[in-house]
Design a protein around this ligand. Structure first.
Ligand SMILES: [Zn+2]
Length: 209
């Protein structure tokens, strides 16, 4: 019995509803496709080495090897032991945030005040997704999170800002797993900033045959 919240059968897409979360396992060599049926929706993705979940995805390691802060095809993403975890094979939107991080109640409250309290957020979503493995929020960290389809500006004057997403309806990413992994995804529920263009939408997930 899997400890994941879902089993993705190859060739059978599943819909992740707006603000939803999921975990599933993927084998080395399998290819994972994530689609924005309506466009303009960000996914926060973390993943762990299934055989030793102390090893997890690292945005820092991936930036440092790729010498890039804009991961897209055909780049490889690395773990906190700098081992290859994923290769991006297709990326129609071509816009992903690679600085790490996810929305949380404490971050939302500091940024947006009391209206952030008790609101859905990616940290809670990711925590719920991995609970079946006996893991909690301290088993992952902001460096592990790949913000797929998210637009963040680094302006020349030093400004850092989440901007409107660029995903068009039907845009997708395909990532090939390079080790057996536990994958957790939050369909980002934030409405306080431009991340999802102020409307939450579904995502479609599929392990390809
Ligand atoms: Zn979020």
């Amino acid at each position: 019995m899997s400890k994941a919240t879902a089993t993705l059968k190859p060739g059978e897409p599943v819909t992740l509803p707006p603000a939803g979360n999921i975990s599933f396992e993927i084998e080395a060599g399998q290819r994972f496709k994530m689609t924005q049926p309506e466009g303009e929706q960000v996914a926060d993705l973390i993943s762990f080495n299934r055989d030793d979940p102390r090893e997890l995805l690292s945005m820092h390691g991936s930036r440092a090897v790729n010498l890039s802060w804009k991961f897209t095809k055909p780049m490889t993403l690395y773990s906190n032991r700098t081992q290859p975890m994923w290769t991006i094979e297709e990326d129609l939107t071509g816009e992903n945030y690679c600085g790490g991080g996810y929305c949380s109640e404490h971050l939302n409250t500091m940024r947006y005040g009391d209206k952030g309290k008790g609101q859905p957020n990616c940290q809670e979503n990711l925590e719920k997704a991995i609970r079946g493995y006996g893991m909690d929020r301290w088993n992952f960290n902001i460096d592990a999170c790949f913000n797929v389809f998210m637009t963040v500006a680094y302006d020349a004057d030093g400004k850092w800002e989440i901007r409107l997403p660029k995903g068009k309806p039907g845009d997708y990413m395909i990532m090939k797993a390079l080790m057996p992994q536990i994958v957790a995804i939050s369909n980002c529920p934030i409405l306080f900033n431009a991340c999802n263009n102020f409307r939450l939408k579904p995502l479609t997930l599929e392990i390809l045959k």
